[in-house]
Design a protein around this ligand. Sequence first.
Ligand code: NAI
Length: 332
Amino acid sequence: MIETTVFDTKPYDREYLGKVTGAARIAWRFHEFRLSAETASSAKGSQAVCIFVNDQADRECLKIIAAQGVKLIALRCAGFNNVDLAAAKEYGLAVVRVPAYSPHAVAEHTVGLLLTLNRKIHRAYNRVRELNFSLSGLVGFDIFGKTVGIIGTGKIGRIAAQIFRGFGAVVVAYDPFPSQEWATANGIQYVDLDTLLTASDIISLHVPLLAETRHLVNERSLSQMKQGVFIVNTSRGKLIDTTALIASLKTGHIGGVALDVYEEEEGVFFEDLSGKVLMDDALSHLLVFPNVLITAHQAFLTHEALSEIARVTTLNILSQEMNEPFLKGTTL
Ligand code: NAI
């Protein structure tokens, strides 16, 4: 049996990991709390730890888990900005992830958020339940004919771009590693970032969080955007400078913002804080704008994605035991 301590688990993690074929050879030890230097000692006796987007696998934490005999960190997600890879290497810890589970899940949620915000479906839903059938204040715009700027044309960005093409939008894209063949085949035009920022009616972020993408949306880039622009972020919260975003929202420059991720989401998103006092003033502020829509990092949350995350994570952990090469593309 491979002892595996799983951090930051929710009922759906336990359900999906438990039912994968082969998972019987793994002794899952589920914790609801997150991995950090403070909680690292709870991995004692495990060969592997399994973590998610908001666990903090920093140097101090990795030192503790390596000293306890852990050999593998299995991420149940694609992004790995929360793991100090250099320290992991130093401490002899292999790091594996699930590079793609369902790019469709995230791309479809992106479009769902935009439609909800633009057509005010969330407001209409509440109104109608109160028997208020008035349409005042619910005016949206057609996506057809609008210019959509996709920043990052990897797995998710490409699907989002193709869906927007299906609406009849003009889609422009920016990526330092463009795929001209894909763009031509789908009627999409690569442009430089400045052009994308100034030309787009809707901007959607699909880049990983890296030093160079942190605060990609900042005071300067916001000022370049069109009056009334809609911004969608389903990638990582730190791609947007929240303070600058709030300032832009207050001036009325931004038409709408749909977020599935938030700069300081750790400890807030994924948790039920109803009945508690929200201590994050910036988030409180964002929540009262009528043109801001927030979901709590749920873009990935489909049956297909959870099944794939559980399948690949299980195989990643079993590969460690069998001393077999990890699945293609999962090793960091
Ligand atoms: P990917 O690795 O397939 O694509 C990322 C793309 O970004 C690549 O084409 C890369 O060249 C490009 N890129 C890198 N630096 C850039 C820059 N400075 N400017 C523009 N483009 C740049 O990643 P994938 O699977 O498409 O995921 C995108 C992001 O979505 C992930 O990094 C993750 O942060 C986020 N995500 C969010 C989820 C959610 O539930 N909200 C679930 C899964 C992923």
